[in-house]
Design a protein around this ligand. Structure first.
Ligand code: G6P
Length: 609
């Protein structure tokens, strides 16, 4: 996730670009940069870190010009540094980019073979180099941009500025967003609506596979193959605050709804569907011979720890290596039995959680290898790990974790499939089926998000309750814990997650007519067992709220509410069953009027013990 911004008009571009980037800084702030065009010459300013650093530099070294592009970066390929900051220049062209070019290594070596030299480690630079290469072959800017795009695999939103043409910008996109703001004698390009609202409310959303030529007075949209597209502009009626939240009332709602895209971003460039495999070149640094590991530890805190508990099921199933899961705050103090045959997987959204970092140090001191699953690029935990698997979920702003969790699970699936295949314990046929189901999962998550109206009603009906019980079994027991945690964090209602089969050993004493019991009930081999646990709840008057992909008549008879989710592979059910629990916690928080994005007493990143 990065923020991109373009301007063409009569006013000075740099102030407008920085103003727009400020509204896009939520998309990343590892570095920032601007490029403008004056008298046929492109001039660039770039700085590491937040936009403020760039603003300071611009005070010392201003940029003139009324056509330009700007970028705020969330690092994916290449560390946050000035060289890796956008815009990226090659010859007469500069490019800004949001997304990931999957085949950049191949393109880079091809271009190097033509004698081109690269000045950054980014995937983006291949785009400017390709365009410049085509310009040198005599193409005009539009043809050169189209020819470059035709070579790109992956996701991108780009804006291109060239010294040859002072009257136009080009932008194009696949899976990442671009919106064009329409002014009077000026036009704007941005990743998101908030960046435009100081200037205009008339916008044109670019669709996947489209390229736009943007001049001061006009916008011409075509498909990548050149067919003209006519689209009516839309009028934005949101206020600026709602706009930052993508039209949602809270960041939490936005992040819950972003999950299908975030999961796609986690998988991007890693899926080998034909071979039933997953490619994770980033593990090369770990010199990862899976046969070396006789045990795996997973460590994390909070929601990430729940992802670890699910990870145990997936990894043990697909690799047959024993997995232990520990709270980081426990692991760091308990002299764990670890050695060079141990792999520690440290899961963290922020990459800064103090206990998780300390557990990593503890594992390293025992000679274990450390793999970090992390969202924030170049944070402390990934820096201390031997290898990193980034989730690429984009910044998570709401304190309660949602998209970070489902993308951590996605990363664990990728890892387990990869390891299972390497070890020869997962055959090609099953690998292919798993990969196929994983690739289909984002659209099933989207379908599950469609249950929001039903869940809103359920929230209003049960939102006054004092306690909630969440039940799950096997791979979905951790999801019961996560559901209970979301409710506690967001609505301050006491909630407990329990394994369904264990209920009779204690929690059953809590059940009365006041207690909602949320149960996760995938249609697997344990379905009849969990159903009989539910009969025990029903007999004591508990109000059953069932979340299932198998709504049988037996269940309908005893449950007060049944929320159905689509069917998927048993191993993948935790992701789908999580979605209604997130929505339920959100809606109950709204009903009770709590501070959804910043619940009391909590912090997003806990950097103290
Ligand atoms: C805090 C946050 C939780 C998060 C946990 C671990 O408690 O409020 O949402 O799950 O820290 O954070 P990490 O960044 O390591 O995933």
């Amino acid at each position: 996730m990065c923020g991109i911004m373009g301007y063409i008009g009569d006013r000075e571009a740099s102030g407008i670009l920085v103003g727009g980037l400020r509204r896009l800084e939520y998309r990343g702030y590892d570095s920032a940069g601007l490029a403008t065009l004056v008298n046929g010459q492109i001039d660039i300013r770039r700085t590491v870190g937040k936009l403020d650093n760039l603003s300071k530099l611009l005070l010392e070294k201003p940029l003139a010009g009324s056509i330009g592009i700007g970028h705020t970066r969330w690092a994916t390929h290449g560390k946050p540094s000035e060289e890796n900051a956008h815009p990226h220049r090659a010859g007469r062209v500069v490019v800004i980019h949001n997304g990931i070019i999957e085949n950049y290594l191949e393109l880079r070596s091809e271009l190097q073979g033509l004698g081109r030299t690269f000045s950054s480690e980014t995937d983006t630079e291949v785009i400017s180099q390709l365009i410049d290469e085509h310009l040198n072959q005599g193409m005009n800017l539009e043809a050169a941009t189209r020819a470059a795009i035709a070579r790109l695999q992956g996701s991108f939103a780009i804006v291109v500025l060239c010294e040859d043409d002072t009257t136009r910008l080009y932008c194009a996109k696949t899976a990442t967003p671009i919106v064009i703001g329409l002014g009077e004698g000026e036009n704007f390009i941005a990743s998101d609506v908030p960046a435009l609202l100081d200037h205009t409310r008339r916008v044109l959303f670019l669709e996947d596979g489209e390229l736009a030529e943007v001049t001061r007075d006009a916008v011409r949209v075509t498909t990548f193959d050149g067919t003209l597209v006519t689209r009516e502009p839309r009028q934005i009626t949101w206020d600026p605050i709602t706009a930052q939240k993508g039209g949602f009332k809270h960041f939490l709602a936005k992040e819950i709804n972003e999950q299908p895209q975030a999961m796609i971003d986690t998988m991007l460039g890693r899926i080998r569907q034909e071979e039933g495999d997953v490619s994770l070149p980033e593990l090369a640094a770990l010199d990862l011979d899976w046969n070396r590991f006789s045990r795996i530890y997973i460590t994390a805190c909070g929601t990430a720890w729940h992802a670890g508990l699910v990870g145990k099921f997936i990894l043990e199933e697909l690799t047959r290596i024993p997995v232990e899961v520990d709270y980081a705050s426990e692991l760091r103090y308990r002299r764990p039995i670890m050695g060079p045959d141990t792999l520690l997987i440290a899961i963290s959204q922020s990459g800064e959680t103090a206990d998780t970092l300390a557990a990593v140090e503890e594992a390293r001191s025992h000679g274990a290898s450390v793999l970090s699953i992390c969202n924030a690029v170049e944070a402390s935990i990934p820096r201390r790990a031997n290898a990193v698997l980034y989730t690429h979920a984009g910044p998570e702003i709401s304190v309660a974790s949602t998209k970070a969790f489902t993308t951590q699970l996605t990363a664990l699936y990728l890892l387990a499939i990869h390891a299972g295949r390497q070890l020869g314990r997962l055959d090609e046929q099953r690998g292919r089926a798993l990969v196929h189901d994983l690739v289909n999962l984002p659209s099933l998550v989207q379908e599950t998000l469609g249950r929001s109206k039903q869940i809103e009603k359920i929230a209003k009906k049960y939102g006054h309750s004092r306690d909630f019980l969440y039940l799950g079994r096997g791979i979905n027991y951790p999801i019961a814990l996560e559901g209970a945690l979301k409710l506690k964090e967001l609505s301050y209602i006491h909630a407990e997650g329990y394994p369904a089969g264990e209920m009779k050993h204690g929690p059953i004493a809590l059940i009365d007519e006041q207690l909602p019991v949320v149960v996760l009930l995938p249609g697997d081999a344990m379905y009849p067992k969990t159903l009989s646990n539910l009969k025990e709840v029903e007999a004591r008057g508990g109000r059953i709220i069932a979340i299932t992909d198998a709504p049988t008549a037996d269940l309908e008879e005893i449950a007060w509410e049944v929320i159905t989710v689509p069917k998927t592979n048993h191993l993948l059910t935790p992701i789908l069953l999580t979605i209604p629990l997130q929505l339920l916690a959100y809606d109950i928080a709204i009903y009770r009027g709590t501070d959804v994005d910043q619940p009391r007493n909590l912090a997003k990143s806990v950097t103290v013990e």
